[in-house]
Structures are given as structure tokens and as C-alpha cells.
Design a binder for this molecule. Structure first.
Ligand code: MG
Length: 250
């Protein structure tokens, strides 16, 4: 069952999403050469606390940090460390918060200084793939219309989409039904209804879609060592279409 959120729930999720967006924007501007991912994690912790929210990932199935930081060939679930960002890196920052029992989740991939043309295009395409997916998140469409739009956009630009990790329902829990793959045929799966809240999160790779998990049990990376980009928004389906709850560009 995909939960339908009440108007009151949506009000709370808007607040949660706005807080998350503000924090993610700050993490984005602080991602620069010489900064370590654990410094970003610490900053995230301080900002989350200041907003009276909780870091939804911290302790989730034992995850040991506030945010996920995934650099270059790392796809998702990178663990913050002493590793410092260097020019030419791309870093995906994934943040989930719990504000008074209301969860939102978003991710952004940030270039560090000057990056090569391929990585630049990868970031653009991954970001646009998310936009394509969100456009399909509307009343009476099927769930896989989102998946199909994401895959089509990534592949038509010569990139691949990760199969092992998927988007998800969200709201009163970090992960709710349904799972939202970033690939698939259109017009499959549940019909979308107003009040559904979804975290849509394409992971787009320069090379192969195949991934492996590192020895730390968390960090997923591409099998060919080529870069990966990740964008995510929490959205609510309304009568008027998708409402992005975590818009950090505002
Ligand atoms: Mg997510």
C-alpha cells in the first residue's frame, strides 16, 4: 500500500523539506577543494541540530554518519572520512532529515573546481533525468512512467542508470512503499494519486551500470571505476502535478 498523506502531513513535510533544502544548499557551497568529507558531515550535524531536526541516516541500519558523501566512482552511501576533496572531483551529498516525525530526503552532485567535460555532462544529464522523472510524477500516471523517463534521458545521452538502488516512498518513515527503479518500461505498476510522497533519485553512470559494495559494507561504486552522479528530491503528488518539497535552488 502506498500511503496517501493528509493535508496536515503535507504541511509538515513542506516544513521538513524546506529545512533540508537550506542545509543541503549550505553543504553544497561548503564543498570545495581541501575540505574533508567528515568536515561536511560535522557541518551537517550542526545545521540539523540548529533546526531541531534529526539526521535520518545516522544509525539507520547502522550507518555511521549524518550524510552520505560519494566521490567520483562512488555511487551512493559513501561514508564521510578524512579524505579531502581535490580539484576535478565530483561529490554526491545525500541528506535525509526527520523533523517532528516527518522525513524528507534529497541529494545533489557538486563539481569541485574545474572538472573535465565528461563529468560536467554527467552531472547535467543526471540532474535533467531527475527533472524528467518528476514531470511524470502526476495523477493517473503509472509509477514506472517516472522510471522510464529517467532511464530514457540518461541512455539517450550515452550514460547508464544504476539498477541496484532505487527511489522510494517517504514521509512518516525514511523508506516507505513503493520502490521506484530508475529504469523500466512505461505504464507499469501502481497508479499515482494526489497525496503520495516520493523520493525520486536517479544515479547515472558514465560507463557501466554495474556496481559493487565496498568492504565497509556501505559504499557502492561503479565496477569500471568511472564516475557516477546522483540527484534526488522528495516530491508530493498534487492535483496540479508534482510539488518539489526539497527545492534547494530557491
Ligand atoms: Mg533516498
Amino acid at each position: 500500500m502506498i500511503a496517501i498523506k493528509s493535508e496536515k502531513d503535507l504541511e509538515m513535510l513542506r516544513i521538513s523539506g524546506a529545512i533540508l533544502a537550506k542545509i543541503l544548499r549550505s553543504l553544497q557551497t561548503n564543498s570545495r577543494e581541501g575540505v574533508s568529507t567528515s568536515q561536511l558531515d560535522q557541518l551537517a550535524g550542526e545545521l540539523i541540530k540548529k533546526e531541531n531536526a534529526l539526521a535520518a541516516f545516522n544509525g539507520y541500519k547502522g550507518f555511521p554518519a549524518n550524510i552520505c558523501t560519494s566521490i567520483n566512482e562512488e555511487i551512493v552511501h559513501g561514508i564521510p572520512s578524512q579524505r579531502k576533496l581535490v580539484e576535478g572531483d565530483i561529490i554526491s551529498i545525500d541528506l535525509g532529515i526527520n523533523y517532528q516525525g516527518y522525513f524528507t530526503d534529497a541529494a545533489v552532485t557538486v563539481p569541485i573546481g574545474k572538472i573535465d567535460a565528461k563529468k560536467k555532462k554527467l552531472i547535467e544529464v543526471a540532474k535533467a533525468a531527475l527533472t524528467c522523472g518528476i514531470k511524470e510524477a502526476r495523477e493517473n500516471n503509472h509509477l514506472s512512467d517516472i522510471s522510464h523517463a529517467i532511464q530514457s534521458h540518461a541512455e539517450k545521452n550515452g550514460f547508464s542508470v544504476v539498477r541496484q538502488f532505487v527511489g522510494h516512498g517517504i514521509g512518516k518513515n525514511l523508506h516507505e512503499e513503493p520502490e521506484i527503479p530508475n529504469f523500466g518500461r512505461p505504464h507499469q505498476g501502481p497508479v499515482l494519486k494526489p497525496g503520495m510522497v516520493l523520493a525520486i533519485e536517479p544515479m547515472v553512470n558514465l560507463g557501466t551500470w554495474e556496481s559493487e559494495i565496498s568492504d565497509n559494507g556501505w559504499t557502492a561504486y561503479t565496477c569500471d571505476g568511472l564516475a557516477s552522479a546522483h540527484f534526488e528530491h522528495t516530491i508530493a503528488i498534487t492535483k496540479e502535478g508534482a510539488e518539489v518539497l526539497t527545492d534547494f535552488t530557491k
